[in-house]
Design a protein around this ligand. Structure first.
Ligand SMILES: NC(=O)c1ccc[n+]([C@@H]2O[C@H](COP(=O)([O-])OP(=O)(O)OC[C@H]3O[C@@H](n4cnc5c(N)ncnc54)[C@H](OP(=O)(O)O)[C@@H]3O)[C@@H](O)[C@H]2O)c1
Length: 305
């Protein structure tokens, strides 16, 4: 595939995380790119020996600027930790100083321009970063990548409401609304494709997704591949929104975030439904079917038990 020669030096921040690991693997596999990893001084993460790793204290802004000098693209996947610390703001300030050409911030979720996204603390951080990047886009380019639900991750850990081990599901609004989602290896390929096609991605929000589906469709396939009838619990997304707000009020941050995200993703109001607006075709990204994704999730679950 043709490459754009202006964007060759890539620095990844958060590359030891769940998503970051997959993105790092894609860059390592492509000899066109020079990839560097920035990691926290306090981190115990390890990286493949052929990768250039810079380990610094993130409170030392000068050191971050120094690490960024000469980099064309900075990609952040610093997760809940980075979002809570507003790390991407520090990264943008340092990248402006170091004259980095392009930032891909830690977005990678449902459409955070949806009004309901403002209910979720980590999304407020993503929204603030998006605004800041728009403000500076004449000095540094950006791309916001909306991926919808991480499907392999979400089926494996129960986040999306499906518990494969116990053959049980929580259906939100009877599981009738469509949501979009992507497998994590396909997100990593999407990041590389976005860099290969600046003409389609610079200073924009792009949507990438393998599929759109309802929970009912996923449940039917899960019952087929587990060869079992699943136990169903029903919950209304309006009630789940209240639950999320209550959890947050009581200091249960992770539970609160999950309930709020589930409520917003599954309520049928479009924040996590990207049909008709994805860039998969334009970026020549392959997609997996719901059937394949579910079948593989059931196989992974079997292998783990
Ligand atoms: N749509 C979905 O379903 C879904 C699901 C999961 C995640 N996500 C999104 O994916 C993105 C990445 O999340 P993730 O779960 O892959 O992240 P993660 O596993 O928590 O990894 C984050 C990495 O960032 C670094 N880090 C940790 N705390 C930090 C801090 N306070 N400041 C700066 N760096 C820090 C660490 O790397 P070092 O140790 O190397 O420094 C860590 O390995 C996020 O935007 C998240 O919202 C979306």
């Amino acid at each position: 595939m043709a490459h754009n020669n202006n964007y060759k030096n890539i620095i990844l921040i958060g590359a030891s995380g769940y998503l970051g690991k997959h993105i790092l693997a894609e860059f390592i596999a492509d000899p066109f790119f020079n990839v560097t990893v920035l990691t926290r001084a306090s981190s115990s993460a390890t990286f493949p020996s052929n990768v250039n790793v810079i380990k610094i204290d993130y409170s030392d802004k000068k050191a971050i600027v120094k690490a960024l000098v000469g980099q064309d693209v900075a990609i952040s996947t610093t997760g809940v930790g980075g979002l809570t610390d507003n790390f991407d703001r520090t990264l943008i300030e340092a990248a402006l100083e170091a004259r980095v050409k392009w930032i891909i911030p830690d977005e990678f979720t449902l459409d955070t321009t949806h009004p309901l996204a403002a209910k979720v603390p980590v999304y407020i951080s993503k929204m603030t970063i998006a605004e800041l990047l728009k403000k500076h886009q004449s000095q540094i380019a950006h791309t916001l990548i909306s991926t919808g639900a991480f499907l392999d991750w979400g089926f494996d850990n129960g986040f999306l409401g499906f518990d494969i081990t116990n053959r049980s599901v929580t259906l939100y609004d009877e599981g009738k609304h469509l949501i979009s989602g992507t497998t994590v290896p396909h997100i990593a390929k999407g990041v590389i494709a976005a860099i290969r096609h600046p003409e389609l991605t610079l200073n924009r929000r792009i949507f990438i997704a393998d599929i759109s589906f309802t929970q009912q469709q996923a449940l039917a396939l899960l019952e087929k591949y587990t060869n079992a009838k699943w136990a169903v619990t029903n919950i209304n997304t309006k009630d789940e929104l209240k639950n999320g707000e209550e959890y947050l009020k009581n200091g249960d941050f992770m539970k609160g975030i999950r309930s709020l995200i589930m409520s917003i993703a599954y309520n049928g109001e479009g924040a996590c439904h990207f049909e008709g607006k994805t860039s998969n075709k334009a970026l020549e990204l392959e997609t997996d079917s719901l059937e394949k994704i579910v079948k593989e999730a059931v196989e992974r679950n079997k292998a783990a038990h």
